[in-house]
Design a protein around this ligand. Structure first.
Ligand code: DGY
Length: 385
C-alpha cells in the first residue's frame, strides 16, 4: 500500500477528481480547474491496486482519470458511482483494462485518448523494426563491452528492408500510419490483414506506386490478405496493430510463428497478450536469424523466462506513445473527457480530435466509448444533437 500523500490542486473546487498518476504538461490541469474541479493526484510511480484506488475515491468523487495498468472493472465503477462519480477517462487509447459494461451499468461515461498517439506509436514500431533488422541493440552492447576489435565483413549482418514486403496485422489508425512510413520511407510492398478492408491504405500505396513508376523507379503494391496466416507466410517483417480481445489473445503462437520466414522480423507495439510469449522465446531460440522488437509484454512488467537473454530480441518498456506531444495530448484529452462530462457537454463524434489541442476547444468530450449506450448527446457545431 502506498502511503505518499496525494497532491491537491485547486482545493476549493466543487467537483472532486482523482488522478491515479502524475500526467505530463499543465494544460490538462487547467482544463479540470476551469471546470471547477479539485484535482487529487497520486505521486506514486507504483501501480495502484483496486483497494488503493477505491480508498482514494472515498465517499465523494465526481470523476477519475486512471491508467491502463489498473483494473477499472465492477469494483471501481461501483465505488465511483456510489461516491457520486459521473465520469472516468483512461489515460490511453487502448481500454482492455476496462469493463465497459460495468461502467455503463453504473451510468459512468468512459473516455479514452485516440488520435494523439498514432504517429508516435507508429514511429516506435518503425524504430523497433529497424533495431531488430539491423541488430542495433546487440551491436551497441558488443561495442560497450569493449569487444570491437576492428571492421569485419561479417560483423552483425542483419536484414535490409528496402523494397521487401511489410506485413500489417490490424490496419486501423496506427497500422495505417506505420504502413505509410514503411512504404514512403523504405519503398516496401504491403500485405495486410484486418477484418475490414482499408481502401485508404490501398489507394495511398497504389498512388505512391504510380508516382514511383512515373520517375522510373520500381513501384510498390498493397493487398489485403485472405487471413493472418497469409501475412505471416508472405511478409519479411510483420507489425501487430490489433486491439486485445478474445479473438486476438495469443493470435501469435507456436503454430503461427512456424509460418513465418526464418529470418523474418516481428514487431509488437499493441498489447502483450496478442503474443504467446513463451512460444516466442522458444521460436527465437530455435531460429537465431528470426528477430523481434517488443514494446509490450504478456505479463507486464514481467518478461517471459528467457526473453531477457535473447540476443535476437529488442525490448523496450511500453513506451511507444512516449513523445512529449503525445503524452501531453493524451493528458489533455483525458481531462477534457472528464471535464466535459461533469459540465454536461455532449460527446464529440468525429475521428479528428485536433480541435481539442488548440486554443478554442469544442465544448464536448473528445472520446466517450459508451456514449451511445448511455444516451450521451452527440456534438453538433451548435451544441448537442
Ligand atoms: C495506449 O494508449 O493504449 C498505449 O498502449 C499507451 O500509450
Amino acid at each position: 500500500m502506498n502511503t505518499q500523500a496525494w497532491t491537491i490542486h485547486n482545493p476549493s473546487g466543487s467537483r472532486r477528481v482523482v488522478v491515479t498518476k502524475e500526467l505530463p504538461g499543465q494544460r490538462w490541469l487547467e482544463i479540470l480547474i476551469a471546470a471547477d474541479c479539485r484535482v487529487e493526484v497520486s505521486p506514486s510511480t507504483d501501480i495502484l491496486g483496486t483497494d488503493e484506488i477505491a480508498a482514494a475515491i472515498g465517499t465523494r468523487c465526481e470523476g477519475a482519470i486512471g491508467q491502463l495498468t489498473e483494473a477499472w472493472k465492477e469494483a471501481l465503477f461501483s465505488a465511483l458511482a456510489v461516491a457520486g462519480g459521473r465520469a472516468y477517462s483512461n489515460y490511453a487509447v487502448g481500454f482492455n483494462n476496462i469493463d465497459l459494461d460495468a461502467a455503463t451499468r453504473h451510468g459512468i461515461p468512459v473516455g479514452n485518448t485516440p488520435g494523439v498517439l498514432t504517429e508516435t506509436t507508429a514511429e516506435m514500431a518503425v524504430a523497433l523494426t529497424f533495431a531488430a533488422a539491423r541488430r542495433v541493440v546487440e551491436a551497441d552492447r558488443f561495442l560497450r563491452q569493449g569487444r570491437y576489435k576492428g571492421w569485419l565483413p561479417t560483423l552483425f549482418i542483419g536484414e535490409m528492408l528496402q523494397g521487401k514486403t511489410i506485413g500489417i496485422i490490424g490496419a486501423g489508425r496506427i497500422g495505417y500510419a506505420y504502413a505509410r512510413m514503411m512504404v514512403e520511407g523504405h519503398k516496401m510492398n504491403v500485405i495486410y490483414y484486418d477484418i475490414h478492408p482499408n481502401p485508404v491504405l490501398e489507394d495511398f500505396v497504389a498512388a505512391y506506386g504510380r508516382f514511383l513508376e512515373s520517375r522510373g523507379e520500381t513501384p510498390v503494391a498493397c493487398r489485403r490478405a485472405r487471413d493472418v496466416a497469409e501475412v505471416l507466410q508472405t511478409a519479411d517483417a510483420v507489425s501487430l496493430h490489433v486491439v486485445l480481445d478474445e479473438s486476438t489473445h495469443h493470435l501469435i503462437n507456436a503454430d503461427s510463428l512456424a509460418l513465418m520466414k526464418p529470418q523474418a522480423i516481428l514487431v509488437n507495439a499493441s498489447r502483450g497478450p496478442v503474443i504467446d510469449e513463451a512460444a516466442l522465446v522458444d521460436h527465437c531460440r530455435k531460429n537465431p536469424d528470426f528477430r523481434v522488437g517488443l514494446d509490450v509484454f504478456e505479463n507486464e512488467p514481467q518478461l517471459a523466462p528467457g526473453l531477457e537473454e535473447l540476443p535476437n530480441a529488442v525490448v523496450v518498456p511500453h513506451i511507444a506513445s512516449a513523445s512529449t506531444w503525445s503524452r501531453q495530448g493524451m493528458a489533455i484529452l483525458a481531462a477534457s473527457n472528464v471535464a466535459a462530462m461533469l459540465m454536461g457537454y455532449p460527446a464529440w463524434n468525429r475521428p479528428d480530435i485536433s480541435a481539442f489541442l488548440g486554443d478554442a476547444p469544442p465544448k464536448a468530450a473528445p472520446s466517450i466509448l459508451n456514449a451511445e449506450a448511455l444516451g450521451v448527446p452527440l456534438y453538433t457545431n451548435g451544441g448537442a444533437e
